[in-house]
Write a protein that binds this ligand. Structure first.
Ligand SMILES: [Ca+2]
Length: 567
């Protein structure tokens, strides 16, 4: 739950209320009471919160196990019948835009049901908050500095292995449906997938483009590449991709386990809801407050951040629209998410109707977060929670204990290793991520040794307002180092400052901890072969624009001014 979201009631209470509407299974009053008493976990502690605590989790696990006589013990990868896997990736879905996360008005009952029937991972991050780099990390299990896709225009090195290739080796039938977006306009079939449906670049919400208010770079109207043949787009993208997914489930070879990767265009800007959802939230306020320039200065924000306010990715000049309204964009974003939730509902219902519900691991994830005025910004790329943290929910009856709130620290680089272990498939040959399959099946976040994640973002010439950043994220303390700038670094105490608005980088009280995290950063970079800055040739349009009447240029940090070196 992002601190700037205004809560109406506790997330778990809402989850329970919604889950009771969407399933015939009813929880007992005792369980609900225990849930509210348990409360959210403390940041930095690797512990598991369940609806009724650890004892109840064990009982639920035992119940599930007993009710699924053919299943092996949770976490045992030597299952006789491999799990099918449905992986649903949503674009730019920030972590708190879920009913299950306590959102004040957004309705996502079907995504929430994954939390009720499986696990909600409350500390899931991407290691680079940008579409193509994050998606390449998901596919390869590698940091961006290793797969080296550090913009939205370059493809992945053909020598790198995608985790679905390993699933094929294990006998899986695999399918990719949706947004590929690695290498600009590439939409032809890629390695690791037996069935293929994709569109070029960002595609379009509707084939006639209606509902959009501006031209987004890499928007395309070329329809789909279906196994090498061009097919026109007929309707609303989220619904149509779901149709393709269900068609494939209906026609595939039942003798093999399957892996289906559904990669939505939604909810990428420029957000266009399905016609049936347009206007649903017209009366809802933006639950995120944009800080003032004065507040940002008082919080000792770096110059680059202050200056980004008045840029394409700033709240003062969003997408270079003079009267840009984060509130209007946010409502359209939430309305566009409704069709994604419908998609999850249709797919889970399809699995259940085919008798596959108990044999399928369903994973729902965002490829990066999104800012709506947080830190005076819009869009993503930064290491702040709104940008780097993502929703991640996993359902696997008989494997993952239901109703689990898992607060172990996981990243996009862990998806491949985790799904490969779940499938008993061979591991990736070179990988930075780790599998959290055992930990989540055992409802034991302490089984994960990782306490911090490395975050990285590499400066794009197209969008020059966000610098190269390296950060240590995922714990109570966040350290962010900018590279190649005459500017402040950042250090935040997320326990006392969850909005990351009080930069403590110059605080003598934290000097030792900052030095320690700086050393840790260089150690993590060295150990993961990250000591080089990846460079890619210039591609795509540039957006250096500033509005002449909006927020003015930041001044240098006060602490940089002195009359002699040793003043
Ligand atoms: Ca994205």
């Amino acid at each position: 739950m992002h601190p700037t979201i205004l809560r109406r009631e506790s997330p778990i209470a809402r989850l329970l209320a919604r889950a009771s509407l969407t399933t015939a299974t009813k929880r007992t009053a005792t369980q609900a009471t225990a849930t509210q008493a348990t409360g959210p976990g403390k940041r930095g502690q690797c512990c598991v919160r369940t609806f009724a605590g650890a004892v109840s989790a064990l009982l639920m696990w035992l119940t599930c196990f007993a009710g699924n006589a053919g299943a092996q013990p949770a976490g045992d990868s030597s299952v006789a019948k491999p799990l099918n896997i449905l992986f649903i990736l949503c674009d730019d879905h920030r972590f708190d835009c879920l009913g299950a996360a306590g959102h004040p008005f957004l309705e996502t009952p079907h995504i929430d049901s994954l939390a009720k029937n499986g696990a909600m991972l409350t500390h899931a991050y991407v290691t680079t908050s940008l579409c193509s780099p994050s998606r390449a990390s998901i596919l390869t299990g590698q940091y961006a500095h290793n797969h080296r896709v550090v913009d939205n225009y370059h493809p992945v090195d053909p020598d790198l292995t995608f985790f679905p290739q390993q699933l094929q080796k294990a006998g899986y039938e695999t399918a990719f449906i949706g947004k590929w977006h690695k290498g600009g306009d590439i939409d032809d079939p890629q390695r690791g997938f037996d069935h293929w449906v994709a569109f070029k670049g960002q595609g379009t919400y509707w084939p006639d483009g209606h509902g959009t208010t501006r031209e987004v770079p890499q928007t395309t109207y070329d329809g789909f590449n279906v196994n090498g043949k061009r097919v026109e787009q007929q309707g609303y993208i989220t619904d149509e991709l779901t149709d393709y997914a269900i068609d494939w489930l209906s026609s595939r070879d039942d003798d093999k386990p399957f892996f289906l990767y559904l990669s939505h265009k939604a909810v990428h800007a420029d957000f266009v809801p399905a016609d049936r959802h347009r206007g649903r939230y017209d009366d809802q306020p933006l639950p995120i407050r944009t800080p003032t320039v004065q507040e940002m200065d008082a919080g000792k924000m770096p110059m680059w951040l202050r200056n980004q306010r008045n840029s394409r990715h700033g709240a003062d000049f969003g997408y270079n629209i003079a009267d840009f309204s984060p509130a209007v964009y946010y409502r359209r974003y939430c309305e566009a998410l409704l069709a994604v939730d419908d998609s999850v509902g249709r797919l889970v219902a399809e699995l259940n109707s085919r008798g596959l519900g108990d044999e399928t691991l369903v994973v729902y994830m965002g490829d990066n977060g999104f800012q709506f005025g947080d830190h005076g910004l819009i869009d993503k790329r930064t290491a702040y929670e709104a940008s780097a943290k993502v929703p991640l929910l996993m359902q696997a009856p008989g494997k993952i204990p239901p109703g689990q709130v898992f607060d172990g620290l996981v990243g996009n680089i862990d998806i491949g290793p985790t799904l490969l272990q779940a499938a008993s498939a061979p591991a990736l040959p070179e990988v930075d991520g780790i599998s959290f399959w055992d930990a989540i099946c055992q409802a034991d976040a302490n089984a994960l040794s990782r306490k911090h994640l490395l975050y990285e973002y590499y400066w794009e010439r197209n969008y020059p307002h966000t610098p190269t950043l390296h950060a240590i994220i995922g714990g109570r303390w966040k350290y962010i180092r900018c590279h190649g700038l005459w500017d402040r670094d950042e250090f935040y105490d997320l326990q006392n400052d969850p909005g990351e608005m009080n930069n403590l980088i110059e605080s003598p009280q934290h000097a030792d901890r900052i030095a320690e995290m700086n050393s840790q950063l260089w150690q993590m970079l060295a150990e993961s072969n990250g000591m080089d800055v990846p460079l890619l040739e210039d591609r795509g349009p540039r957006f250096p624009w500033r509005h002449p009447e909006h927020a003015q240029q930041a001044t240098f940090p006060q602490e940089y001014f002195r009359r002699t070196e040793k003043e």
